[in-house]
Design a protein around this ligand. Structure first.
Ligand SMILES: [Zn+2]
Ligand SMILES: [Zn+2]
Length: 100
């Protein structure tokens, strides 16, 4: 189910214009978008195509990019922490050797 972005009237599936205010619907807007950017991902809630960099769908505000991003930053953080730990360990070993 889709809502008009101008008057929030519920629009029947397959309709290209809002029955209340006559403005074009999301699906008509988004028909041209995928060709322009093949990396766009469809919003699971409203079907609008969203930039992979966007955290939320611009049409309905549904979170689309956030989980992917969060995972990426989590992995980056873990890698950073591991690199830091290894660096500390080498530092400690070097300190032990130079200390004698
Ligand atoms: Zn409308
Ligand atoms: Zn959406």
């Amino acid at each position: 189910m889709e809502e008009c972005r101008y008057c929030l009237q519920v629009i029947p599936i397959g309709s290209t214009t809002c029955p209340k205010c006559g403005k074009p619907t999301h699906s008509q807007f988004n028909q041209q978008v995928p060709g322009a950017n093949p990396n766009l991902i469809p919003c699971p809630k409203c079907g609008s195509f969203v930039s992979p960099d966007a955290r939320a769908c611009p049409s309905c505000g549904h979170d689309v990019g956030a989980p992917k991003r969060a995972k990426f930053w989590l992995i980056a953080f873990i890698l950073f922490a591991v690199a830091l730990a290894i660096g500390q360990w080498f530092n400690y070993q070097a300190h032990l050797i130079s200390g004698r």
